[in-house]
Design a binder for this molecule. Structure first.
Ligand code: GLC
Ligand code: GLC
Length: 812
């Protein structure tokens, strides 16, 4: 069952009922100021940091779900309705929610009034624009009242939810003209306030929640809305809100635009107050002035659209598969960009108060957006590398506001360092910006102890070499990519965190996943050394890589697939010898991506085993069989019920590893088949089961052993975004940026006739036509660039600003 449809021309997903199987959300903002917004306008805003600078309140874990947001009420006679359905929840005559790139628009109607309500954050300003257009589509004059509603958060979102003894006394506001200012704690150490304005004369306001709602009421039927009149309440402590009321009279056919602005202002210390002691409102007023007309709002909206167009235009496909095209052209780039921006902080599954920026996660995110915003990728790489330790290890996370490593979680996740090599080499291939390697980057944020980025990569490489175990495989540390395979945390105490507890010395447990990663990304490091003419260094690196391949061959192969790990007692994990968890996905993906066993048939065998034991209708599960009980020596993985999350859920993040691995053995049919099993556009028809948004990936889909296989959770912020985009664009469609040109190496289903791609690479536009007359999976038979046949499959670098026509004929 579907709950809407894709509007590819407008790059939107159009939701046609407010009652989706789960709130379907979107993101606004691109620089410092952000919001999340659901299909009933639930959600919240924050400045930079969802925990420390939260502007509006949202209650996770609420009953019912998603009941606070940016709300409007229209009172038309006795009927009260909301343009986004909530909070009034009155049945509407029509309803649409259009989630687009950086904006959401609601179009709805009731009793001949049509409301069109757009939310977006203009480029460069810390303000959310909410423009509401009301039109009288009937024959008679309408006299209505419009009410707005938001609830202020007292800035620190965690404190706001816990510290009531203080917070119920601190709330402060100011009201001037049609603007409500929220200034809690501004009188002391804060230099920031928020405001909520409307470009119309108001006939009332409320800033005290209880006066607005009534103590025993809820947002569906606030007292003030029922009465049709706000009481001009001034909040002193308790829960400050902002609500305006505007009286509107519309002749038949008449239309009015109301512009609401929800803004964030920082003032310099000396200029915090006016001489009368009230807050300095200059900056707020100038923002309000800037966006007071429909024309100004339209112009800002067009700029926003243009900036997204610029990003998505870097890679566009024309194919006969609409689902593929809309993913590649719109939703892959969009989700990748959003995931980069928000890291893992704020979604409807991430509370905005938990994780900082993950070393591992954010390095992987680079692969999903570097071609769209190389500047931001560069900065992110430097920021991440600045939290690396001298020995090559790294803080697992850092805080976005301070950019400092997070001591609570610390380090010792031994896959972390290698991801820095992946992100940096991916950046280099895309941009050719070699200067990043000589950039001085501190260790542990200590500027007195800095080294060129290249040195950080070297430390990453040798962190693995210096931390090998008994089988010459890498020690796993707290955990590798799989946060839940905790082989050094024997925890019997439910109050321990699996993420931070490490009570063994860590000298035993080894990871075959990190071994595969080392061969793959270590080789990238060695290649880099060669390109930099560091010959000896390259030779030495290759020798370590060879040893690692040997170790995998000797101790990492189980007969039909790659082992996953050795635990503290030297027991195998992910072996046919195990009772449960006999085969894991990660080591199959990474070892084959690294090329191990490709020549001797073991790679094929491993992938066949994946197909046989792990693949199911909804994707590829993480391991099989799932753990049916808790294992002290394995940790969190066995804490999840079978079929969920890391215990045999379909972790959409690692499925593309198998897709890419399939392309390494030339199986384009399987690679693409796996892609369609988890890719949202292909799941639209089963939205009822899938539950989460059909336009973005979720981190996890319940696996075949779960109670309800196919049900997804944790949509939006996941490494799945970058990896699937990377897999489909570079390995299946085969457009691969490389140091000295664009390599074309598709691996597609045999039945495909071909497709067209436009790719902007290093300021050159390539218009590429790929033809598959012989119906093969893989192999470039001929490459023609501007009518010249080129040997091999790499298009050399061309003059900046130029455009080239490329024809690629696949065949043997
Ligand atoms: C989550 C984490 C990621 C981890 C994965 C597997 O997605 O963000 O860092 O690799 O889970 O445990
Ligand atoms: C849990 C989750 C895992 C996530 C980790 C860190 O272990 O299962 O996916 O990466 O928490 O938040």
């Amino acid at each position: 069952m579907k709950y809407g449809f894709f509007d590819d021309i407008n790059q939107e997903y159009v939701i046609t009922t407010p009652k989706t199987p789960f709130p379907w959300i979107n993101y606004l903002g691109s620089n410092d100021y952000y919001s999340i917004i659901s299909n009933t306008s639930g959600g919240y805003s924050f400045f930079k940091d969802a925990r420390l600078r939260r502007l509006t309140r949202y209650r996770y874990n609420n009953i019912p779900l998603d009941t606070n947001g940016k709300y409007f009420y229209i009172k038309d006679g006795e009927t009260i309705w909301s343009p986004a359905w909530k909070p009034a929840q009155t049945e509407l005559d029509s309803y649409q929610c259009r989630h687009g790139l950086g904006y959401s628009r609601f179009i709805s109607s009731k009793d001949n009034i049509q409301a069109s309500l757009i939310f977006f954050i203009p480029n460069g300003d810390n303000v959310e624009i909410q423009m509401l257009t009301l039109e009288n589509q009937g024959e008679a004059q309408k006299n209505i009242k419009l009410f707005s509603f938001i609830e202020w958060n007292l800035w620190n979102a965690l404190d706001d939810m816990t510290n009531f003894q203080r917070n119920l006394s601190t709330g402060e506001v100011e009201i001037e003209d049609s603007v409500i200012y929220h200034k809690t704690e501004y009188r002391e150490r804060r230099n920031h306030y928020a405001f909520y304005s409307v470009n119309a004369e108001i006939d009332g306001f409320d800033t005290d929640r209880e006066s607005f709602m009534g103590l025993y009421n809820d947002l569906k039927t606030p007292d003030a809305i029922i009465a049709g009149q706000l009481s001009n309440s001034e909040a002193h402590g308790w829960s400050p809100i902002a609500s305006h009321s505007v009286s509107i009279s519309l002749m038949p056919g008449e239309k009015v635009d109301l512009i609401f602005l929800l803004g964030y202002i920082e003032n310099e210390q000396e200029k915090k107050f006016y001489s009368d002691g009230s807050i300095n409102k200059d900056a707020a007023k100038s923002l309000i002035h800037k966006y007071q007309t429909t024309e100004a709002v339209d112009e800002a909206f067009n700029e926003l659209k243009l900036s997204w167009n610029k990003k998505t235009s870097k890679l566009q496909i024309k194919s006969s598969d609409d689902k593929l095209s809309r993913m590649v052209n719109i939703w892959h780039p969009y989700q990748s960009m959003i995931t980069y921006q928000f890291s893992r902080s704020a979604s409807f599954f991430e509370s905005g108060i938990g994780r900082g920026i993950g070393f591992r996660d954010s390095n992987q995110d680079i692969a999903g957006f570097v071609h769209m915003d190389p500047q931001k990728a560069r900065q992110r790489i430097i920021d991440i590398a600045s939290t690396q330790f001298e020995d090559g290890g790294a803080y697992h996370q850092y805080q976005p506001l301070t950019k400092r490593g997070n001591n609570d979680i610390g380090g010792n996740f031994n896959d972390d360092p290698l991801w820095l090599i992946f992100s940096t080499t991916t950046y280099l291939k895309e941009t050719g910006d070699w200067s990043i390697l000589t950039e001085l980057v501190p260790f542990d944020n200590n500027i007195n102890n800095s080294a060129p980025l290249f040195e950080h990569l070297r430390r990453s490489f040798y962190h693995v070499v210096n931390n090998l175990g008994k089988h010459n495989l890498p020690l796993i540390g707290r955990a590798d990519w799989n946060d839940c395979l905790n082989l050094n945390c024997f925890s019997n105490n439910p109050d321990d965190s699996f993420q931070t507890t490490e009570n063994l010395d860590g000298k035993n447990a080894e990871s075959v996943l990190i071994a595969g990663m080392f061969v793959l990304y270590g080789t990238e490091f060695a290649r880099l050394c060669e390109l930099l003419s560091k010959k000896d260094e390259a030779i030495e690196a290759y020798s370590h890589i060879e040893k690692m391949v040997e170790a995998i061959n000797t101790s990492g192969w189980d007969g039909e697939w790659f082992l996953r790990a050795y635990d503290h007692f030297d027991n195998k994990i992910g072996s046919h010898e195990c009772d449960e968890g006999k085969i894991f996905i990660e080591s199959q993906g990474f070892c084959v991506m690294a090329g191990i066993g490709v020549k001797d048939g073991r790679a094929q065998l491993a992938l066949d085993s994946v197909n046989k034991h792990l693949a199911c209708e909804y994707g590829i599960v993480l391991q099989n069989p799932p753990y049916s009980k808790y294992y002290l020596n394995l940790g969190e993985i066995s804490s999840y019920p079978p079929g969920y999350k890391e215990n045999a859920g379909i972790f959409c993040h690692n499925n593309p590893w198998i897709m890419i691995a399939e392309t390494k053995v030339g199986n384009g049919d399987r690679a693409f088949d796996y892609y369609t099993r988890i890719t949202p556009a292909y799941l639209e028809e089963i939205s009822q089961l899938h539950k989460t948004e059909p336009y973005v990936y979720s981190q996890m889909i319940a696996g075949k052993d779960a109670y309800r296989p196919g049900e997804a959770k944790n949509s939006w912020l996941t490494g799945t975004a970058a990896w699937n985009y990377y897999a489909i664009s570079q390995f299946i469609l085969g457009i691969q940026p490389d140091y000295a040109g664009l390599r074309i190496d598709p691996c597609i289903p045999k039945e495909w006739d071909g497709y067209n791609i436009v790719r902007e690479f290093r300021d050159v536009t390539y218009i590429i036509e790929i033809k598959n007359p012989d119906h093969v999976n893989q192999g470039v038979k001929q490459l023609i660039v501007d009518n010249h046949v080129i040997a091999g499959n790499k298009i050399p670098l061309m003059e900046k600003g130029s455009t080239h026509n490329v024809t690629v004929i696949l065949g043997n």
